[in-house]
Design a protein around this ligand. Structure first.
Ligand SMILES: C[S@@+](CC[C@H](N)C(=O)[O-])C[C@H]1O[C@@H](n2cnc3c(N)ncnc32)[C@H](O)[C@@H]1O
Length: 243
């Protein structure tokens, strides 16, 4: 792994979002729900380079704001939002089919504390105010196992710098993966990131999913296929370590 090439690959304004935006046309019922509900939930970034005011997205203003990057079909985000109706949740997911599933579930369950950013999470992170997030979930982000694709991995030095800025001191960053090579990459990048402290004390801490949230769809498939899933919890240091 090369930190330098990894940094260059993720430099702002040279970003490319890899992966699918859609798989197939939405079924009529789901399309109708998305057209009716999504405009109320969808986050549009302010013009120019102005920051986004995340509290203004919710009414009433939320007691804490959580972000999930790449929520897939949204089951984890849905469960979190249901468990904390007083808090606000932002989900980033460019894959339309996944967004449609979440929107339909939010509508069916009458859950009103989720907002959706249908683009690259890095574009949102850049526009969030400093210390605005109480926690961030990056669960099973694409592992891009081929060496020539490593620069596409979501966890990298520039993203960790963005997260360090927008996460409040003491906020938790939760990362999960089932890919051994991505795991090594993640551990190595977080070890070098002075803003984050790994909270694990014993192997059970990374071998067992924290009990306060459900398994994701990808995670269930990984376990069914016999792959081990690893769960990493980091805290945003206060103050940031100086070396
Ligand atoms: C392997 S899937 C995992 C989905 C879900 N977290 C789960 O565990 O079931 C990774 C997801 O991240 C999304 N994704 C990839 N790059 C992203 C980015 N830069 N910003 C936001 N989402 C992204 C993809 O569209 C995909 O749905």
């Amino acid at each position: 792994m090369s930190a330098a090439s990894d940094d260059r690959a993720a430099a702002p304004r040279q970003r490319i979002l890899y992966g699918r935006r859609s798989a197939r046309p939405l079924r009529a019922g789901r399309r109708e729900t998305v057209e009716r509900v999504l405009p109320r939930l969808r986050i549009t970034l302010p013009q120019g380079e102005d920051p986004l005011d995340p509290a203004a997205l919710f009414d009433p203003a939320p007691d804490g704001l959580w972000l999930e990057v790449g929520f897939g079909a949204g089951e984890h985000l849905l469960a979190r939002a249901r468990a904390r109706p007083d808090a606000g949740f932002i989900g980033c997911e460019p894959f339309v089919d996944g967004v449609a599933k979440l929107v339909q579930a939010l509508d069916a369950d009458g859950i009103g504390n989720v907002r959706i950013f249908m683009d690259d999470a890095r574009n949102l992170l850049e526009r969030l105010p400093e210390s605005s997030l109480a926690g961030v979930f990056v669960l099973f982000s694409d592992p891009w196992p081929k060496t020539r694709h490593h620069k596409r991995r979501f966890i990298n030095a520039p993203v960790l710098a963005l997260l360090a800025r927008v996460m409040a001191p003491g906020a938790e960053l939760r990362i999960a993966t089932d890919d051994p090579s991505y795991l090594v990459w993640i551990l190595e990048h977080l070890r070098r990131a002075d803003a984050f402290e790994w909270l694990a004390r014993r192997p059970a801490d990374w071998r067992r999913r924290p009990p306060d949230g459900p398994a994701t769809r990808y995670e269930r498939k990984a376990i069914a296929a016999g792959r081990e899933c690893i769960y990493l919890r980091y805290r945003r240091r206060d103050p940031i370590r100086v070396r």
